[in-house]
Design a protein around this ligand. Structure first.
Ligand code: AMP
Length: 395
């Protein structure tokens, strides 16, 4: 295929977390080399990449030197300055492009793009002051959710407002100059669609995945989603149209609320592989990470076929609260795959890894993956071995 970036080439990854790590595993399996760039070292991505540059995203000299050493740049984290992507783009293709980053890293720009393009979004207002917040609360009603306009994820920079009297405290809590007030959606459930678009416009999607959150952080994902076929069809269609409208080259995830009436509202976009798509690593012919690689390299996209119903449960740092998790107990579930991201500090709320299982039904998959996660908390028998204690630093 002419112009494709072929195995042997080096992929530059901006960001160095678990998404980059799983991308690097997929890329190295296909014979590519990986160079990651972030302000940190010994990172989840760096541990499996060929090269790791530790520099600030604002250090454009370092960005230039990095871009000159790679054949294409992608990102695994969207909260990267657009100037960083622009500097890299002077030297190599950046996929998805900086304009996708620009739109999706800022809630207000993202919502404005979605609503202007006619996609269904949660009713929202822009607020710059307590007075504007109060006016918006009167218009939208309570409960409502106040969110910072930029740099938010996993419920960070969010405050739920139950009454007008709570407005001042919420405004103080988000501590920002620009915010978005959203109506609170009493949803039936949440689903996401991970989709990819190639250099030539080819589209592929993983269908709808059901998601449940705990404390605003994804907890469990299940595929296929337990929603009517018409909801799945509509979600896929909206996701495909969003990838086309943004001219994404790469992977993008659309998160939806399914209302009690069965209609869809777009909650947010992530211009990269997504936590809800982690189960594709074990459950699909082509994982979302390999798909990102194929898309950004200009290769044909792979099959997204789901081999069997699957479920994924996140492992947050909280699992370490009582000490080293009982890995052996979880591994006794022979259908369960353990993924750990190589992070040293298991802080509460921090994504440390996940478990995935395939089963005959989604219910069986959920039950098994949750049982395996509970098994991690079983007391360890005897003394911890050296390999166990090396996965965390304090008991
Ligand atoms: P976000 O970071 O905006 O995706 O929010 C994380 C999670 O918080 C969502 O997946 C929902 O479970 C919940 N949430 C966020 N916004 C709303 C809303 N407007 N109404 C109801 N729940 C929400």
């Amino acid at each position: 295929m002419s112009g494709a970036i072929l195995p042997g080439a080096t992929i530059g990854v901006l960001g160095s977390g678990q998404l980059g790590r799983m991308f690097a595993i997929a890329a190295r399996r296909m014979g590519y080399r990986v160079h990651t760039f972030s302000p940190d070292d010994d990172t989840p991505t760096g541990q499996v990449a060929d090269w790791e540059t530790q520099a600030s995203y604002e250090d454009l000299d370092a960005v230039r030197a990095f871009a000159r050493k790679v054949d294409v740049v992608t990102f695994e984290f969207e909260n990267i300055p657009v100037a960083t992507a622009d500097e890299a783009a002077r030297h190599v293709p950046v996929r998805p492009g900086g304009q996708v980053l620009y739109t999706t890293q800022h809630r207000l720009r993202e919502k404005t793009f979605l609503s202007q393009a006619g996609f269904p979004v949660v009713p929202f207002r822009t607020v710059h002051s307590l007075a504007e917040l109060t006016a918006a609360l009167i218009e939208l009603g309570v409960p409502a959710v106040l969110k910072t306009a930029g740099w938010g994820y996993d419920g960070k920079g969010q405050a739920k407002i139950g009454s007008l009297e709570q407005a001042a405290a919420a405004w103080q809590a988000v501590a920002t100059e620009e915010a978005v007030l959203e109506a609170f959606v009493d949803f039936q459930c949440e689903v996401s669609v991970v989709a990819a678009r190639g250099v030539d416009g080819q589209l592929a999607d993983y269908g709808a995945i059901s998601n449940t959150h705990a404390n605003h952080i994804l907890d469990v994902s299940v595929a296929p989603a337990s929603v009517p076929a018409s909801v799945t069809r509509d979600a896929i269609e909206i996701a495909r149209q969003i990838l086309e409208a943004l001219e994404v080259v790469g992977v993008l995830c659309v998160e939806f609320f399914v209302t009690k009436q069965g209609t869809l509202l777009v909650n947010e976009l992530a211009p990269r592989p997504h936590n809800s798509g982690h189960l594709t690593f074990d459950a699909c012919i082509t994982s979302q990470f390999e798909q990102q690689l194929r898309a950004i390299c200009g290769l044909p996209l792979g099959s997204t076929e789901l081999l069997r119903p699957a479920a994924m449960a996140n492992l947050l740092g909280d699992v370490w609260q009582a000490g080293v998790p009982n890995w052996e107990a979880a591994c006794r579930f022979e259908q369960v795959k353990l993924h750990l991201y190589g992070k040293q500090e298991p802080r509460p709320g921090r994504k440390m890894g996940h478990l995935t299982t395939l089963a005959n039904t989604t219910k069986e998959a959920i039950d098994t993956v949750l049982a395996a996660r509970r098994a991690l908390l079983e007391p360890l028998l005897g003394k911890p071995t050296a390999s166990r204690s090396s996965t965390h630093d304090s008991r």
